[in-house]
Write a protein that binds this ligand. Structure first.
Ligand SMILES: Nc1ncnc2c1ncn2[C@@H]1O[C@H](COP(=O)(O)OP(=O)(O)OP(=O)(O)O)[C@@H](O)[C@H]1O
Ligand SMILES: Cc1ncc(CO)c(N)n1
Length: 526
């Protein structure tokens, strides 16, 4: 009884296309794409590609009978799709098996000629094929096949095609899917024609615009096997066609992504599932990192980095940077605390909470050490110079601060960066927040280790004002935290939906740009 199989077991009886776009290869992909379990009994082997068919080998019909017997004697078959049948002997073998098993859903695609124009059915087998039609529930000829089955000229208008479809339906007792793929013009309609419907002849039209693509190899195979699969679930041809046609449309639209062959390429059967393709460990965060290659190259080229490295960075710039870093760390600590609150495991919860704590500790340490030694030019949020202040750093303890206490105010970059992170916190998505928080670990660690490596590799050059500061960059504990932050973000990315992954990508990129601006801010605002 159709309409009950949750994972329909669908058997394709068809020919092989080694280029993977038509025949049983297209059928198995389409069946799987529609949520079915695909099986195949091979009628013939073709040597073909997107340009054409160069050879056909038809194994003895007894071997096809053995394949059908092997499947049918063991496995319940919810639907059958029949494609290329090669010759009259093959057709008789399939007819005998259908008569013996009487499957609930039989879709017959009367394949005669490939998209390339090559024949796939012996000319003397057309009569035998007509005899098979009465055993099908749905027949899916293209326009030349429809005409050949009726012994008439090929329809050049949709009205004639519908008329031919009606007559074929009358003659065979089957429903006919009249396909407009071969019509000239910008529309590409299909219609389900059931001349024998109990309530009178029925023509259900499904309109559609033609997609401008050369990649139509195997569209007929794909549609017929997808239809068989969905029909086994719904038991309703119209509902099934609506699903299969919408899917095929997407597969045609995405076909350009495949880049298979130089002729009529295949459709992208799994276009809809691309976003849920399982990612390898590290693959997602590697791609985020790759996205930001340009931004990172720009960071490496900033005067701030070269001047810090060479010891020529103006002290006011260094002081500005440190002050802003302390302010940033305070905001960042709150953001990491939110990541901890949203974390999906205790391990991650503890990791981000520890990160939040460390930020406050580092902020306090900055005030106790560097900032107490470097007089700071404080600025308001618009980057205007404020009266000089020298923060003592005493008794701060990470308490929230407005900037009015003499620690300096967030500069425009600091403010925008922290606002961006707070917006990511407010998104409520752990994955997006982790992606937004990650560049602060990753880019800082990379910039730091490169600086440190360059510095350590040089002979002691007398007094370098920032030597001690650069020394703090090579912190193995920070590198280890960075690796964990990457791993957690990667895992969140692998679990995420396609739109959430896109939001992660945007958040990571935006934070990376803010990292660049942050290193450049002293030059612009100090
Ligand atoms: N360029 C296109 N744009 C939109 N839909 C198309 C296009 N080409 C084919 N189709 C659709 O694909 C399905 C198959 O139609 P078509 O008439 O091309 O079958 P076919 O000739 O049997 O296919 P095959 O290429 O496998 O021999 C139909 O639903 C048709 O409307
Ligand atoms: C094997 C095989 N079956 C069907 C078609 C029709 O597209 C084809 N090209 N190859």
């Amino acid at each position: 009884m159709p309409g009950t199989a949750r994972v329909p077991r669908v058997l394709s009886i068809a020919g092989s296309d080694p280029s993977g776009g038509a025949g049983i290869q297209a059928d198995l992909k389409s069946i799987a794409a529609m949520g079915g379990y695909g099986m195949c009994a091979i009628t013939a082997l073709t040597a073909q590609n997107t340009r054409g068919v160069t050879a056909v080998h038809t194994p003895p019909p007894e071997f096809l009978a053995a394949q059908l017997e092997a499947v049918g004697s063991d496995i319940a078959v919810d639907a059958v799709k029949i494609g290329m049948l090669a010759d009259a002997e093959v057709i008789r073998t399939v007819a005998a098996w259908l008569d013996a098993t009487r499957p609930d859903v039989v879709v017959l695609d009367p394949v005669m000629v490939a998209t390339s124009g090559d024949r796939l059915l012996a000319p003397d087998a057309e009569e035998a094929l007509r005899g098979l039609l009465t055993r099908a529930h749905l027949i899916t000829p293209n326009l030349p096949e429809l005409a050949a089955l009726l012994g008439e000229p090929t329809a050049s208008t949709w009205a004639v095609a519908l008329d031919q479809g009606t007559r074929l339906s009358e003659r065979t007792g089957a429903t006919v899917l009249v396909k407009g793929g071969h019509l000239a013009g910008s529309s590409c309609p299909d219609a389900l024609v059931d001349a024998n419907h109990p309530e009178g002849p029925l023509i259900a039209e499904f309109g559609g615009e033609r997609i401008d693509t050369p990649n139509t190899h195997g569209t007929g195979c794909s549609l017929s096997s997808a239809l068989a699969t969905v029909q086994a679930r719904t038991g309703d041809w119209q509902r099934s066609l609506a699903v299969a046609k919408a899917w095929l449309r997407g597969a045609l639209e995405a076909s350009g992504e495949l880049e298979v062959g130089h002729g009529h390429g295949p459709v992208h059967h799994f276009h809809h599932a691309q976003a849920s393709v399982p990612l390898a460990e590290g693959e997602f965060t590697d791609s985020l990192w790759e996205d930001t290659a340009k931004v990172r190259a720009e960071i490496d080229a900033l005067p701030f980095i070269a001047e810090l490295d060479g010891g020529t960075l103006p002290e006011a710039h260094f002081a500005y940077y440190l002050t802003q870093d302390a302010l940033y760390l305070n905001g960042y600590s709150r953001v990491l605390a939110r990541a901890s609150a949203l974390a999906p495991s205790e391990e991650e919860q503890a990791f981000w909470a520890e990160g939040a704590r460390v930020c406050l500790a580092v902020e306090a340490e900055l005030h106790r050490t560097w900032l107490s030694r470097h007089p700071v030019q404080a600025h308001d949020a618009a980057g205007q110079r404020l009266p000089d202040v020298s923060p003592s750093g005493a008794s701060r303890g990470g308490a929230p601060r407005s900037g009015a206490d003499g620690a300096g105010r967030p500069g425009p970059v600091t403010k925008a960066y922290v606002d961006h992170l707070l917006a990511a916190s407010a998104s409520g998505s752990y994955a997006v927040l982790a992606a937004a928080a990650l560049p602060c670990y990753w880019i800082y660690a990379e910039v730091g280790s490169a600086l440190h490596a360059r510095h350590a590799g040089r002979p002691e050059s007398g007094k370098h004002p920032y030597a001690e500061w650069i020394g703090t960059y090579a912190d193995e504990a920070f590198a280890a935290s960075t690796r964990r932050a990457i791993a957690y973000t990667d895992a969140a990315g692998r679990r995420a939906s396609a739109p959430e992954r896109e939001a992660m990508r945007e958040a990571f990129m935006a934070s990376s740009v803010y990292e660049r601006e942050f290193f450049d801010a002293p030059r612009r605002y100090a």
